[in-house]
Write a protein that binds this ligand. Structure first.
Ligand code: UGA
Length: 476
């Protein structure tokens, strides 16, 4: 099947490449000539494990091509995916759909008869109707279809998420579009017995926002429970395991941390709220999720200050991990940014390390010294803060880290280290949803919000695990 994909961002590039891997003839089009030139030479503009190799292999096989020429891309294509960005509109909270509508206007006169235009970008409910109208203003009704097919891939594991998804969602208004999209996905996913949800276009559009808002809410729920764990002396990882093994709940997305970030959850929760507002409906749970997450991200700096007796003025802090999550170089809405900026406002000196995100971080942050080597980063630091749980950071030699630091204070905002491990080496530790050994004694002059008295750490926990009759044991 010949497929055109408009937009070579995360979703467009990964989808186009994976369709080619399924054996389709794919042409990806983008207005950014520099990006397209790079892709033609095999230079992938984003950091996504496995993508370089897949682009190279499918380009070499002649199944994957790149162009800036929309006419060339759309010519002969049975399916045209719109996968352009829908960034939040400044100060508005809703999604900016101008790129989607521009793509629809530009491709309308170029479409083959009977082509299916599929909106893959994350778009508010009703966008497909407008795309239909835009194309319908220059094409005969019935000569084309407009469908919705949201993407659920996660950065860092995007290829696996695309090739082996939990489900595919297709929103169609006519049988022809249904048949073509079933052929496109159904055949490829037969082996995995992947469920394909076929629904109306509007429902499909809403599913994407509902899924992201639900996951953001799930994270926020466990984050708030983590705060409670800290006060009552419980362990949030074990709590999450105990809850999550109930199949109705599930263990995934129950890792407490500094608050969710990235290019999707913050933007999509806001856009969902905006849609609900426009239709006079209140989705209070999502409203609270957004508010709680923002407040949490800001509060993380106080956690660091708390571990340093309430005063970071002139103190050197080593930040380990900057990106919004591991295995990506994406810094969009990363919790590290408000954390660092707040600490800087309170006079801290920030040194930072990230395996791949430092270039992007350098564009956002100022006054930060970056280090390729995490131990060098921690040299003479008064505290180390883990904010992204990269594998390489989880595997740090804590004894070596401690030796290079001025003070052995570790603020582990991702619970990257099992409870007790850093403490045993001599660190004072403040983690998430566990009792802490780094605590504020109230003697400093820096204003901190009221903090209830902390419980003393209990005996070293075994880490969250479960046992079965067969004796297996799994860490969360
Ligand atoms: C998210 C969704 O997971 C994808 O299904 C969706 O396709 C994508 O948005 C999108 O709309 O394009 P992504 O933003 O790449 O994917 O990353 P996630 O793995 O969902 O993580 C988002 C944030 O939540 C990160 O800051 C992460 O650290 C945080 N998180 C995630 C937690 O704090 N705890 C968890 O248990 C899981």
């Amino acid at each position: 099947m010949k497929i055109a994909v408009i937009g070579t961002g995360y979703v467009g590039l990964v989808s186009g490449t994976c369709f080619a891997a399924w054996g389709h003839e794919v042409i990806c089009v983008d207005k950014n000539a520099q990006k397209i030139d790079g892709l033609k030479r095999g230079v992938v503009p984003i950091y996504e494990p496995g993508l370089d190799e897949l682009v190279e292999r499918n380009s070499a096989a002649g199944r994957l091509r790149f162009t800036c020429n929309l006419t060339e891309a759309v010519k002969g294509a049975l399916v045209v995916f719109i996968a352009v960005g829908t960034p939040p509109r400044a100060g508005q909270g809703d999604a900016d759909l101008s790129f989607v509508y521009m793509a629809a206007r530009e491709l309308a006169p170029l479409l083959e008869d009977d082509a299916i235009v599929v909106v893959k970008s994350t778009v508010p409910v009703g966008t497909g109707d407008i795309v239909q109208k835009i194309i319908g203003s220059v094409r005969k009704t019935g000569a084309f279809s407009v469908a919705s097919n949201p993407e659920f891939l996660r950065e860092g594991v995007a290829i696996r998420d695309f090739l082996e998804p939990d489900r595919v969602v297709i929103g169609v208004e006519d049988e022809r579009a249904r048949k073509v999209l079933m052929e496109l996905y159904g055949v490829a996913l037969q082996a995995h017995k992947t469920p394909i949800v076929v629904t109306q276009r509007r429902t499909s559009e809403l599913i994407k926002y509902a899924a992201n808002a639900f996951l953001a809410t799930k994270i926020t729920f466990i984050n708030e429970l983590a705060d409670l764990c800290e006060q009552v002396g419980s362990n949030v990882s074990e709590l999450a395991l105990g809850m999550g093994l109930d199949k109705r709940i599930g263990t995934s997305f129950l890792n407490a941390g500094p608050g969710y970030g990235g290019s999707c959850f913050p933007k999509d929760t806001m856009a969902l709220l905006r849609t609900a507002q426009d239709y006079g409906v209140s989705v209070r749970i999502v409203e609270e999720t957004v508010t709680a997450n923002e407040a949490r991200k800001r509060r993380m700096a106080l956690k660091v200050m708390d571990a340093l007796e309430g005063d970071v003025e002139g103190r050197t802090i080593a930040v380990l991990g900057l990106t919004f999550k591991p295995d990506t170089d994406d810094m969009r809405d990363a919790p590290s940014v408000p954390l660092i900026e707040t600490l800087q406002r309170f006079g801290a000196i920030i040194r930072a390390h990230d395996p791949v995100g430092m270039e992007n971080a350098g564009r956002i942050l100022s006054g930060v010294e970056f280090f390729d080597d995490p131990y060098e980063c921690a040299h003479n630091a008064d505290a180390a803060v883990v904010i992204t749980e990269w594998d390489s950071i989880r595997k740090l030699d804590l004894a070596r880290l401690k030796k290079t630091m001025r003070q052995a204070v570790l603020i582990d905002l991702r619970n990257a280290f099992e409870q007790g491990v850093a403490e045993e080496i001599g660190f004072r530790v403040s983690a998430i949803g566990r009792s802490t050994t780094a605590r504020y004694d109230g003697s400093s002059s820096t204003a901190l919000p009221h903090m209830a008295e902390r419980v003393q750490p209990g005996p070293r926990a075994q880490g969250a695990h479960f046992e079965t009759a067969g004796g297996s044991n799994d860490n969360l």
